[in-house]
Write a protein that binds this ligand. Structure first.
Ligand code: B12
Ligand code: SF4
Ligand code: SF4
Length: 315
């Protein structure tokens, strides 16, 4: 007997409403065709050595979602807000700045199970449906997919701005083996003449729509323990961004009244956010205790100590 499929349009509407019910503030649909327009830009980006500190980014496959998974036809892209108005890095006098995205639980752990459950429920409705969940770690141009799905545009700081919803949100992608009608992509960016993020970046890592990871503070505080160049090390010490960095988003006018994260998920400050810098823990056991169940656990205690040493001097 042939397998019965639901009407694709009502299936798509159901998928979107389930994604929203799972905590995504926005969800859109994009085709998984290669990003032909990005190919030259990608090539230039890698030729300039921008990927050197991020060896997991593969220029040969990044432009094509089907290089990651050949069955991919449609991408459901979700935007999951995380910032809270009361979570302001460095608000307590003397404290260091820890990026907003690290204040709560590890987002991989939050988004992946939600998308996996959505896939399982979808497979019940569409019997031979296959899917792949991608949150951050897959070689996939998530922000470009989000733009294609109509969620927003890549600002000059390169992050996805969901219009008035701002940019304080994670992206999660569910690749599906079925072709569903795509949403209208956003064809234009809305940064206009603004250059606030380029000017606010403590290290000069940004030029319009392009970031140099070898100068971004997030690279040195999260991704690698490699020694930053002197100028970046100076900016790290003076800006006091000790884990991640929000400087380019804090100044963005689109973040004036953003979509805020759910308060029950993204809690208030821990001692790591309020202690004076000199009193912050350096011992591994203390670090592990204070970072339990938070995204900060991804930073190894040795790396944390190195960063503290770089900011405070290694006394
Ligand atoms: C590697 C990576 C990093 C690297 C490099 C960042 C980068 N911009 O590429 C580092 C470690 C620096 C980093 C930092 C951060 N990251 Co990060 N990161 C990623 C990751 C894993 C891959 C990104 C990637 O593929 N980069 C490759 C380059 C080539 O892509 P690109 O910057 O878009 O480059 C294109 C543009 O420059 C364009 N271009 C070039 N010239 C021109 C000219 C014009 C006119 C235009 C329009 C475009 C254009 O062409 C290039 C090629 O397509 C993604 C997850 C994912 N799989 O997508 C998360 C991701 C981008 N990161 C995220 C976050 C939250 C951050 C931080 C905010 C964390 C923090 N607070 O510290 C910072 C922000 C720094 C910043 N301003 O981007 C979120 C962003 C959510 C959002 N709203 O957009 C993502 C999507 C993770 C997630 N799943 O939520 N990250
Ligand atoms: S995250 Fe910080 S260092 Fe990196 S580009 Fe943005 S402002 Fe610059
Ligand atoms: S600060 Fe200005 S230029 Fe930068 S992303 Fe926001 S609107 Fe665009």
């Amino acid at each position: 007997m042939p397998v019965e499929h639901p009407d694709p349009l009502s299936f798509k509407a159901w998928l979107r409403s389930e994604a929203l019910a799972a905590g995504f503030a926005l969800a859109g649909f994009a085709p998984c065709d290669p990003f032909v327009d990005e190919q030259d830009r990608l090539q230039a980006w890698f030729q300039e050595g921008r990927g050197t500190l991020l060896p997991y980014l593969d220029p040969a496959t990044l432009h094509d979602p089907r290089a990651l998974w050949p069955k991919a036809r449609t991408a459901l892209v979700g935007y999951f807000p995380y910032a809270r108005p009361e979570a302001v890095p460095g608000a307590t006098p003397g404290s260091l700045k820890l990026s907003r995205y690290l204040w709560g639980p590890d987002y991989h752990m939050l988004l992946k199970p939600r998308l996996n459950r959505l896939l399982e429920a979808a497979q019940v409705r569409w019997p031979d449906l296959e899917g792949r969940v991608c949150v951050d770690t897959a070689p996939l141009l998530e922000r470009q997919l989000a733009t294609r799905a109509g969620l927003g545009w890549q600002g000059k700081h390169t992050l996805l701005i969901a219009g008035k919803g701002g940019s304080w949100g994670f992206l999660g992608v569910l690749l599906l083996s079925v072709e569903l009608q795509p949403d209208e992509p956003l064809l234009n960016e809305h940064c206009g003449t603004c250059t606030a993020c380029l000017e606010a970046c403590p290290t000069g890592a940004l030029d319009a729509f392009r970031l140099d990871p070898a100068r971004c503070l997030t690279t040195y505080t999260i991704e690698t323990e490699a020694e930053p160049p002197a100028k970046v090390a100076g900016a790290l010490a003076s800006s006091r961004w000790a884990a991640g960095c929000d400087a380019c988003q804090e100044v963005c006018p689109w973040n004036r009244a953003p979509i805020w994260g759910n308060p029950t998920l993204w809690g208030g400050p821990s001692p790591l956010h309020t202690l004076p810098a000199e009193a912050l823990p350096r011992a591994a056991a203390q670090w592990r205790k204070l970072t339990r169940r938070t995204a900060l656990r991804r930073v190894r205690d040795r790396h944390w100590r190195t960063t503290l040493g770089r900011i405070l001097g290694s006394q």
